[in-house]
Design a protein around this ligand. Structure first.
Ligand code: PLP
Length: 445
């Protein structure tokens, strides 16, 4: 059997077996974008071409590709303890990492439940919410509230509270008892805003309408992304998250922030919750916790929720949930090394310092043909293009392909092109990303 590292150019016949996720498989297999190496800000493709990664992998390689201290920690751990049963047993790294996550998180969120991805983290948080309401004697609170244009991964819980039609319409009725807040994207009022948009705080009051419709006694939790990433970088209007926090608190409803993208430096701090100064009851995380090196996700849980479960006979399992690979030793070793690396290199501050560079670069695209909005926050930029009639997403995907040909990788969400480089990005690399993007847009019909 041939392994990939021996054979960089696969024959078209060898591409059929792998059914690729969230990918136009036939388009890819006709002209593969095959990556064989990563280092710092760059991928190397199968032709030996260096490609600037303007998207941190998939919002995850916050420390760049293959940072030495993280790679070494993983290598060392693989030779010491490959795996240890996750149920009724554990290993010290699981506790050390949890302590470190809690240490940099918002005050009052003192416990970590591990999963292996963002989707699992979301489903875990939703299950904790339902179970918590039950253990504290409010079993009628079974309803979950998400938001239109939200993305919470691909589990049945995540797509139920999520608000992306393509991710939902094929999959039947999903979870029962879910409702949605309206999304906060308002081009008419907020187009070309630098940073947080001015208009839309009142959209949080829609939660009062849902409470009036369903009654608070039936609602367990609200889940939102502080910044919706996968649906095109939609920022929270000024005051919106605080208002949501006030309304959820008033009605005894839990608030979950899905920080799978926004945690670990993307918004200029460890968690968006701290950057926006709003503390939810739970935070889901993944991606940046290991800088994308080993799959890991988790939920940061409030002391109040955690403590409510720690009752009953001492030998009883308190929460019937978990994964074979919860707190996998390689992921924990990677997580500890990653958090240490962020600290040693002061990467959250570095990312924050690059925020204004990103803002200026992205907003320099104003007036470019097809562009109808520009958005930014922290180390995230977004360029929204006018959709071609009857072909949503097609124009941005053409731009994405042109950028790839020119040696830059970005990501599209509908007709928005998103930029989210690693926290190690340099000013001239942000410049190159935006220059390439401008050229690609100008060459696109
Ligand atoms: C906010 C949010 N939640 C959940 C997920 C799902 O994460 P995963 O793909 O690791 O399951 C993502 C992925 O991008 C995300 O952005």
């Amino acid at each position: 059997m041939t392994i990939l590292s021996d054979q960089l150019h696969l024959h078209p016949d060898q591409l059929g077996a792998y059914w690729m996720p969230f990918t136009s498989n036939r388009q890819f297999k006709a002209a593969p974008r095959m990556i064989v190496q990563g280092e710092g800000m760059y991928y190397t493709d199968a032709d030996g071409r260096k490609v600037l990664d303007g998207f941190s992998g998939l919002w995850c390689c916050n420390a760049g590709h293959c940072p030495k201290p993280i790679v070494e920690a993983i290598q060392k751990q693989a030779a010491v303890l490959d795996y240890c049963a996750a149920f009724q047993m554990s290993h010290p790294l699981a506790f050390e990492l949890a302590n470190r996550i809690v240490e940099i998180g918002p005050k009052g969120l003192g416990h970590v439940f591990y999963a292996n991805s963002g989707s699992e983290a979301v489903d875990t948080a939703l299950k904790i919410a339902l179970a918590y309401q039950r253990v504290k004697g409010e079993a009628s609170r079974t309803r979950l509230i998400g938001r239109e244009r939200g993305y919470h991964g691909v589990g049945f819980g995540g797509i139920s509270v999520g608000g992306m039609v393509a991710n939902r319409k094929m999959f039947g009725a999903m979870l029962a008892g879910v409702d949605h807040l309206p999304h906060t994207h308002n081009l008419a009022k907020n187009a070309y805003t630098k940073g947080i948009p001015e208009h839309g705080v009142e959209l949080a009051d829609e939660l009062e309408r849902l409470v009036a419709l369903h009654d608070a006694s039936t609602i367990a939790a609200v889940i939102v992304e502080p910044m919706a990433g996968s649906t095109g970088v939609l920022l929270p209007p000024k005051g919106y998250l605080k208002r949501l926090r006030e309304i959820t608190k008033k009605h005894g409803i839990l608030l979950i922030f899905d920080e799978v993208i926004t945690a670990y430096g993307r918004m200029g701090g460890a968690f968006a919750s701290q950057v926006f100064d709003v503390v939810p009851d739970m935070i889901t995380f993944a991606k940046g916790i290991t800088s994308g090196t080993v799959p890991m996700g988790g939920v940061l849980v409030s002391d109040e929720i955690h403590d409510a479960f720690m009752v009953g006979p001492p030998g009883a399992v308190e929460f019937f949930h978990g994964y074979t690979y919860s707190a996998h030793p390689l992921a924990c070793a990677a997580g500890i090394a990653t958090l240490q690396h962020y600290k040693d290199e002061d990467l959250f501050a570095r990312g924050a310092k690059m925020g204004p560079v990103m803002e200026n670069a992205v907003h320099s695209l104003k007036g470019t043909k097809h562009v109808i909005d520009l958005r930014n926050y922290g180390l995230v930029g977004a360029v929204e293009l006018e959709s071609r009639p009857g072909a949503p997403g097609a124009r941005a995907f053409d731009v994405y392909l042109k950028c790839w040909e020119k040696g830059v990788v970005l990501r599209t969400a509908g007709d928005t092109v998103a930029i989210a480089p690693s926290l190690i990005v340099k000013e001239d690399e942000i410049g190159r990303i935006v220059t390439t993007l401008r050229e690609a847009i100008l060459e696109t019909a």
